[in-house]
Design a binder for this molecule. Sequence first.
Ligand SMILES: [Zn+2]
Length: 305
Amino acid sequence: MNTLTQGLTWVDLQFHGRPQVIAAALVHGRGGVAIIDPGPTTCLQTLELGLQASGIRWPDVRQILLTHIHLDHAGATGTILREHPHISVLVHERGARHIADPSRLIESATRIYGDRMEHFWGEFAPVPTSNLVPLTGGERIEVGGRTFDVAYTPGHAAHHVSFFDASSGIAFVGDTAGVCINGGYVLPPTPAPDIDVELWTASVDRILAWAPATLMLTHFGPVTTVRPHLAALLENLKTTSGIALSLLKEAGTDEERSRAFAEKLRHVLRSHMTESQVTTYVVAAAYEHLFSGLARYWRKKGAVA
Ligand SMILES: [Zn+2]
């Protein structure tokens, strides 16, 4: 258990035994407990140990807040709800129907992970519609005795929201502020299908408008150098999307381009970090899948055929 401030903690979910890949945040106060991004089902035991370490029992948990519904953030939600049907799930309206019926989500993840799907993520059970509280952004919500602002922050995912606790200055930004492990390279995760560089840039402005003191990243942990961090994110998004565009303009198949992209990215990462850090980034961002989102973005924009 790691403390952000009184009543706000986070748990390293030790994804497949590896530290510093996925973090879940806990809000606990007089208004009960909320979990922000509970993580995948394969980490559920670690999450439960984290709750225990904070003296939290499941009946205390009233809400699950999802920044978005990707498996590494939201996978365990339905499994938790089956055991604890009193919990409300707050999620952007565009994510709500896919968490109520995750068949399309599972289908597209299976295209990526194939028969390793179950091993990586475990079950992705549906959440009953009656438990869902759809968000659009712009709301003020009561969470564990605090008031959170909700902002719609697409770019990484079309249904991404971020949460801000003005009293502590902490913003829970999911993947919108990228992946940054141990002060390493700020990597923009760009899996298919929703990547949009312009929307992502506007979302970063929306987060900056809160003037947060701390960004809480799912991958991984709190960042207090907010402005330079977000500037690096946008700079690196420009770099990686530029690499993708130049590969798209060359001859070859997408499979070849994707491999070339991963290789170039590994080279960039190696110039910034140690080999063991690079390996953690591979697990956290699965960067063999990052080309596809950028390719789709450029094609949608009409920049390439
Ligand atoms: Zn994501």
